[in-house]
Design a protein. Sequence first.
Length: 119
Amino acid sequence: QVQPVESGGGLVQAGGSLRLSCAASGRTFSRYAMGWFRQAPGKEREFVAGINWSGGNPYYADSVKGRFTISRDNAKNTVYLQMTSLKPEDTAVYYCAAGIAALGPYIYWGQGTQVTVSS
């Protein structure tokens, strides 16, 4: 079992960058795929990016491909989401999750961190 905890959210201007971190407690972190999701006001939660246990084969939503990069450091039990060229439509609460595979299913969820992109 792992418990993800997100950090790094905040307010940024359009075109700027942010790096989200997700620290996961538990000794089995490296066995899980990790993913990032987001939920904007009035919208359903959507998949953003996922990465398998070894750090290979990352997957991205089309809306963030080429702008966001997911990575992980198993020695630090941490997964990252580097976000560049941010747009106002990227504004959302971002959630980190641990799961079976990069494309799911996801089992353990964090509480989320707010990202706001101003125009």
